[in-house]
Design a protein around this ligand. Sequence first.
Ligand SMILES: Cc1cc2nc3c(=O)[nH]c(=O)nc-3n(C[C@H](O)[C@H](O)[C@H](O)COP(=O)(O)OP(=O)(O)OC[C@H]3O[C@@H](n4cnc5c(N)ncnc54)[C@H](O)[C@@H]3O)c2cc1C
Length: 350
Amino acid sequence: MKNIDAIIVGQGISGTILSAEFLKNGKTCVVIDNETEHTSSKVSGGVYNPIVFKRIVKSWMVDDLLPIVNDCYKYIEDCCQQKFHIKRRIIKVFVNDEEKELWLRKTNDSSLEAYLDKEIQNHNFDNSIKPHHGLAYVNHAGSIYTRELLSAWCNYLKLNGSYENATFNYNDIEFTGQQIKWKDYVANYLIFCEGYAANKNPFFPNLPFVPAKGEVLTVNIKHLNCGQDVLNKGVFILPQNDNTFKVGATYVWDKINSDTTPEALSELSKKLEKVLQTEFKVIGQEAGIRPSTKDRRPLVGRSKQHANLLILNGMGTKAVLLAPYFSKQLFEHIYFKKNIHPEANINRFY
Ligand SMILES: Cc1cc2nc3c(=O)[nH]c(=O)nc-3n(C[C@H](O)[C@H](O)[C@H](O)COP(=O)(O)OP(=O)(O)OC[C@H]3O[C@@H](n4cnc5c(N)ncnc54)[C@H](O)[C@@H]3O)c2cc1C
């Protein structure tokens, strides 16, 4: 038997970051993952944006989240000796004059000063885009190469003897006094980070998951030189390597599966045509299912029936920004009895 601090189910962004929080603090854990090829975390653009473009307001809690984002990904990069976190600006290309006017009004709001660039530009990146209504920059954004990070962290966990490739079955748990037994492991805590699959978790019933399917394209664009910055006009265009960009994403709330569709290909291609005035070629398409929730807030907390069963989920469209903060908060809740943010705590539904 191996005695450890925690069993973590799922190695998406949530399980990865939570396990990093455990290891960073000198705790032991095992992460169980069934290595599904197309998960939300693997296909994710990995972009974080401090601004909600619809109303040009700050993303929920962003001032508190950003410092933790930096520390968290730096720790994982140091462990894996690989870079995943790229700080970028987002180039907001305005769709119409109303959007531009709203932006200009919002630049007078001092709480947004750090994020919104005041200057409206007409840069067309060597005739590769059509900024008919101008564009402006968002500062303090960035992205994570999520697929690469998950793969490197999986190898790091394996080297530490902290990883099991298996499908976790709820019936395999044994409660032994204050502890939990799963196969050869005995742990003080078991934490579920299963993404949208948690909507069938019998230990956390009735949580209001609203899974949202999303698709992204990988495209080759010959003449778009926006440096490391992300272009946004209805879709994000995220630079990868060698003229390759990730383009996304779609949102579908019925037909929840990870099959790619001609509808998404057409939707994203049309949006791309509206931004670009240079040729592009689609070289890849992927789909995943976001663990979104009814109130668009994470699902973090402890089971009412079994105090050593916990959950970290519901990251919706913003796992890259939210998971570091709420992993830390869950860890501090377990070991230092700190409160979980009431808007994220699952107690709001029980
Ligand atoms: C197309 C698309 C684009 C996106 N773009 C962004 C973006 O730019 N920025 C951003 O922040 N977010 C983005 N998101 C959202 C983000 O990807 C999700 O919020 C995030 O991936 C959720 O991570 P998770 O770890 O909670 O769940 P998941 O990624 O679903 O991970 C759960 C893991 O648990 C495993 N698992 C589940 N059940 C079991 C079991 N019984 N046994 C063993 N293993 C199990 C799964 O195989 C998986 O590896 C995007 C999502 C999609 C689909």
